[in-house]
Design a protein. Structure first.
Length: 232
């Protein structure tokens, strides 16, 4: 009940009819956050696409310049020199056939998965295990790559993956409440620039139709999306 009252009090400080400047929205979201832990800063971007059509599926990845503030455990499927490259880059778990079997057996102590192309015939067996968790390596988001060392470094530093949901919305983590507002602004800008670059050629009308910033527990703050997009 107390949390309900706290949320209501926080919501009263946000004008639900107003579209805030991005900088103002970030500051307000941080200000009204009430949880005792360092809340995540989330963003929801409404796109003018129809995800039911394959040619309007917006999916990709972006390296946030200031990271996410989260410790990311990376598992890498690779062998030989590529396995050493992944390990040297900071991968937490590296392996080939035996690691595939370990994951099939229930090992899930990782947050991200990357693989070299030659490993995908084996890794494909893990589709039912990794797919539902959004962990299956995919060349479209850069997690199936011969440049495994670079991708491991990016994942450890804060590379995030995103995929439009059935309602045409991209949900992403862009940092922590404890982040300086300018760092959050830079992370959000990097994500939005990537989304604009990935605009499907078949998408008609206005592409970015809404942006909302919030913390894990706090209310959403609507952003003047048109103003933001015009500055990219």
């Amino acid at each position: 009940m107390a949390k309900g009252k706290q949320y209501q009090a926080a919501s009263e400080k946000v004008d639900c009819e107003k579209l805030y400047d991005l900088e103002e929205a970030i500051a307000l979201a941080k200000e009204v956050a009430f949880a005792k832990f360092d809340e995540t800063i989330d963003i929801a971007v409404k796109l003018g696409v129809n995800p039911k059509h394959a040619d309007q599926m917006v999916r990709g990845s972006v390296s946030l310049p200031n990271g996410t503030g989260k410790t990311v455990r990376v598992l890498a499927f690779a062998k030989g020199d590529k396995a050493k490259e992944a390990k040297d880059a900071g991968a937490d778990v590296v392996g080939d056939e035996e690691l595939v079997e370990k994951v099939q057996g229930g090992f899930m102590d990782f947050d991200k998965v990357v693989a070299t192309p030659d490993m995908m015939a084996l890794v494909g067996k893990l589709g039912r295990v990794l797919g539902p968790r959004g962990l299956m390596p995919n060349p479209k988001v850069g997690t199936v790559t011969p440049n495994i060392g670079n991708v491991v470094k990016e994942l450890k530093a804060g590379m995030i993956e995103f995929r439009v949901d059935k309602n045409g919305i991209i949900h992403a983590i862009v940092g922590k409440k404890s982040f300086d507002s300018q760092k959050l602004f830079e992370n959000i800008k990097a994500l939005l620039e990537t989304l604009v670059r990935l605009k499907p050629s078949t998408a008609k009308g206005q592409y970015v139709r809404g942006i909302t910033v919030s913390t894990t527990m706090g209310p959403g703050v609507k952003v003047d999306h048109q103003k933001v997009i015009n500055t990219l």
